[in-house]
Unconditional design. Structure first.
Length: 493
């Protein structure tokens, strides 16, 4: 599907609303040890944005929880589409990937199997939080058309380096590891590494020049307040930053988009500190980003066009072959030994086959992080032992979306894309502003750009946490970047 412009089909009309849902203490989280949420330090906010030109409409739904899985996003897109009279292709659901949240469904907590584009949750598969979220989205959608106002589009890009760091560490021997706070502080004062510091702000202003709403983006896992063994509910830095920008303009809605944050974290991840300090750190980082957004919003550049465009494309991402039987058997033996030693309380269980664990992660939790790779290796081994190597999956097909709002291009990816994929999208685009976005509609988990394919740290080998994926084959996520650039060029003709 492609709605490409032949001329400027302005004027552009916009309406938006932000609402908050407060989960209950004790709600289900993503903790692998079945820990439920403890303190509720903030509600979780959602913004619904409706844009319309003379020819078409787009609806973006941005959420501060794990909303990026087809069973949920399909449910929302169908129901919102019925209310607004829009096909599913003109609606997109985006997650900030905030870790300090609760689950929308107990049925689909993690990316595991190959994507099912037709899957849709039933009401009885939603948690209490999920049901309230869907109801609120529907309520907001009913009022959006009547609230649309004629707007001008403008944009600016701030720079923010105080919030994030590259969590893919590299040792002298060339091996890689997941860098938590205890590792980050060893690399120098306030280490950042290779990050994306762009903080784009898109403003929609009415005839008087007053902002009606904003669309912003940043690239970093919101995980400063997160601890899987001591989970809480909090919107983390991203929600705080949006609140600050909103407050600076009288409380207008602000929609947040997460960038290509596969190997990028907010600072203080898994720091061995109190819950209150975790929330305080996330709040401070959010205020930093909020300051940057506000400063950027005061030096906006007007878009020269005010129409919309959208395109969707399928991209096939190939897998490597099943690993050799000898390697799989050896890996299984290593993991079984690790689990035995951790179960006995052995503290010398900080690493296992490329995975590394923080000191403040209990041996029991370390076991929970090794059990999925063990199951994966046993699954892969059965292709050998059952003589089914020809039946092994060859890859996965994903659906990516490109959107144009005036001079601004967005590419939405159903994954946790690595930083280099976003850079390729920006470098290849001919639009004045290009915003790479991950965590849209679905999530096939981490997809690396070509230079990062093949490493065995957590970021680069997340296929081991599935029961249907094999390692990515080079060039990995570069294929999505190439398709995204092609779509952006089509939309900007």
């Amino acid at each position: 599907m492609c709605y490409a412009p032949g001329m400027d089909n302005g004027p552009l009309f916009v309406s938006a609303e932000t609402f908050a849902v407060t989960p209950r203490a004790g709600a289900t989280t993503d903790s692998r040890t079945d820990n439920t949420t403890g303190g509720v330090f903030s509600p979780l906010k959602t913004t619904v944005l409706l844009l319309s030109d003379a020819r078409m409409s787009l609806c973006f739904i941005t959420m501060a929880c794990y909303s990026d899985f087809y069973p949920f996003s399909n449910l929302v897109r169908r129901r919102v589409g019925e209310i607004l009279g829009l096909p599913r292709e003109q609606i997109a659901v985006f997650s900030s990937h905030n870790h300090s949240c609760v689950m929308l469904s107990n049925t689909y907590p993690f990316a595991d199997q190959l994507p099912d584009e037709k899957a849709e949750l039933h009401d009885d598969q939603l948690t209490d939080f999920g049901r309230e979220m869907v109801q609120e989205i529907e309520t907001v959608a009913w009022g959006l058309k009547a609230k649309r106002v004629h707007v001008q589009v403008s944009w600016a890009v701030g720079r923010e380096r105080r919030v994030s760091y590259n969590r893919k560490g590299r040792r002298a021997d060339g091996s890689t590891y997941l860098m938590r706070e205890e590792d980050r502080v060893l690399l120098g004062q306030d280490f950042n590494g290779d990050i994306d510091d762009e903080a784009p702000v898109v403003a929609f202003t009415d005839a008087s020049g007053k902002p009606v709403c904003f669309l912003v983006q940043f690239t970093s896992h919101p995980c400063t307040a997160y601890n899987a063994e001591k989970p809480i509910t909090f919107g983390d830095y991203a929600q705080v930053a949006c609140d600050d920008l909103s407050a600076a303009y009288g409380g207008v809605p602000v929609a947040f988009l997460q960038g290509c944050a596969g190997e990028i974290n907010s600072k203080y991840f898994m720091a061995d500190i109190s819950v209150e300090e975790r929330v305080a750190n996330a709040t401070r980082l959010g205020h930093y980003l909020g300051e940057t957004y506000i400063a950027a919003s005061r030096s906006l550049m007007p878009s020269q066009t005010h129409d919309l465009g959208v395109d969707w494309q399928r991209v096939f991402l190939p897998f490597m072959p099943v690993p050799p039987e000898r390697k799989l058997r050896a890996d299984i033996a290593v993991m079984e030994d690790f689990i035995r030693r951790a179960a006995a309380g052995d503290e010398n269980t900080r690493t296992c086959l490329g995975l590394n664990f923080a000191r403040n992660q209990s041996p029991q939790y370390r076991i929970k992080l090794v059990e999925p790779p063990l199951r994966w290796a046993e699954w892969a081994l059965r292709f050998h032992t059952e003589g089914r190597l020809p039946d092994a999956p060859k890859g996965v097909e994903v659906v990516i979306g490109a959107f144009r709002i005036g001079d601004i291009g967005l590419v939405g990816l159903p994954a946790e894309p690595f930083l280099g994929i976003g850079r390729q999208l920006r470098a290849g685009s001919n639009l004045p502003l290009t915003i790479p976005v991950g965590y849209m509609n679905d999530n096939i988990a981490y997809i690396q750009d070509a230079p990062n394919v093949g490493d065995i740290d957590y970021n680069s080998s997340c296929h081991r946490y599935s029961s249907g994926y094999l390692p990515w084959k080079k060039p990995g996520g570069n294929l999505m970047a190439r398709a995204g650039v092609k779509m952006l060029k089509q939309l900007s003709r």
